[in-house]
Design a protein around this ligand. Sequence first.
Ligand SMILES: [Ca+2]
Ligand SMILES: [Ca+2]
Length: 190
Amino acid sequence: MINLKLRLWRSTRQERTMALPNQEFLWGIFRSVDRDGSGFINTSELQQALSNGTWSPFNPETVRLMIGMFDRQNRGQIGFDDFGALWKYVTDWQNCFKSFDRDNSGNIDKSELQTALTTFGYNLSDNLMNTLVRKFDRVGNGTILFDDFIQACIVLHTLTSAFRQYDTDQDGVITIHYEQFLGMVLSLKM
Ligand SMILES: [Ca+2]
Ligand SMILES: [Ca+2]
């Protein structure tokens, strides 16, 4: 299980496109998600197709991040050619979320988040865990839902990668100029 999680975490786009489900099966899903029959899935169609386990709409930020990740032609929407990889990404996250939701509550509490992030290779203080839960808890009950969990992991990954570009000796400390900082933040895709 841990191997699978790590693989998901480190997987490149190329790996994500491997081992896709059956094309006919995918086509069926694609057509049902593509509500207006345009041949493309836009953010609102994808949002309606996804569930976070409650009646509240799927986090629009997570939808936007996922479309951005799999929209290779920069069309702002997903054609069938990119849909398989996107669908696999979502189901991998579902499995990942379920495995870290130890008490099957349908959400991730602070200690479950701690386990997840440690498994992903992060070493974060208790203080920062509290900050993360506060930031990504959209419901306000101290836990993180599926859609917010994906957003939290993508954001953390993006920020960590940006930091690592400057942290060449990997000691967890960087010294950067104001303009470098602005350049770093402004170039983030999140
Ligand atoms: Ca459509
Ligand atoms: Ca839980």
